[in-house]
Design a protein around this ligand. Structure first.
Ligand code: 6PG
Length: 232
């Protein structure tokens, strides 16, 4: 499977290097088109990268930021990825970025997904940058093993959109970008840290069953060669 592997001695050197890389790609997009789009993941891994990126001298008012996935909870919920991004990324220079949440205060998550699909960036054309994480069960975004809409989420014949996902390992119901909306990002990163996730990645690379380990869709079928950023 084609991928690039970038290994770092520490999480903080990874965070600084990834922030530089993402900043360069976003700045090039702003220079070329007058705007740039960035989709980021939640979880605990990206915090240091968010802090580093927030200080980079990008033309942030021209950058639209959204999430790869989100729990169906409002922004003040401690498990909200919006809250995580607000706390760690939308500060310093990056406070001027436009953040477009996936969460919408609709009566149902299905309505929220439809509304979000019409608003979030990256639905009309590829994201400039998408940063994915990975769980030790082989999920990425909210493409969970056993997810109720996993097949549709990974189907590249279906349009870019925001979808709903429920799965035994997911906790709350989730909103997630479809694989079709992520797989052709100009820069497609899988950011993982720790020996356990490296072992999970190696396991993913050694097989092909996407229902068992949905991260395999990214590693096998993404139009853009994924770049794995790893530190112990
Ligand atoms: C989320 C995610 C998810 C995450 C992985 C890794 O909001 O939970 O977007 O896909 O990237 O679960 O999470 P950790 O970084 O906490 O291990």
């Amino acid at each position: 499977m084609a991928h690039q592997f970038h290994s770092f001695d520490t999480g903080s050197t990874l965070a600084e290097s990834l922030a530089d890389r993402v900043a360069n790609v976003l700045s090039a997009a702003v220079a070329a088109r007058g705007e740039a789009t960035l989709a980021v993941s939640g979880g605990s891994t990206p915090k240091a990268f968010f802090e580093a990126l927030s200080t980079r001298p990008i033309d942030w008012p021209k950058v639209k930021v959204t999430l790869v996935d989100e729990r169906f909870v409002p922004e003040d919920n401690p498990r909200s990825n919006h809250l995580l991004v607000k706390t760690h990324l939308l500060k310093n220079a990056a406070a001027a970025a436009e953040f477009v949440p996936l969460y919408r205060p609709e009566a149902t998550i299905e309505e929220a997904a439809v509304t979000a699909s019409g608003i979030v960036p990256g639905m009309g054309q590829a994201f400039d940058v998408a940063i994915l994480g990975m769980g030790t069960d082989g999920h990425t975004a909210s493409f969970f093993p056993g997810g109720d809409h996993l097949n549709a989420a990974l189907d590249l014949t279906l349009p870019r959109r925001v979808m709903t996902m429920e799965a035994p390992g997911a906790g709350e119901a989730r909103l997630t970008l479809s694989f079709s909306a992520l797989q052709d990002a100009g820069l497609l990163v899988v950011h993982i840290e720790g020996a356990e996730k490296k072992a999970v990645l190696d396991q993913a690379l050694s097989g092909t069953d996407e229902a068992e380990m949905p991260i395999r869709a990214v590693l096998e079928r993404a139009a853009t060669t994924p770049e794995i950023y790893w530190a112990p």
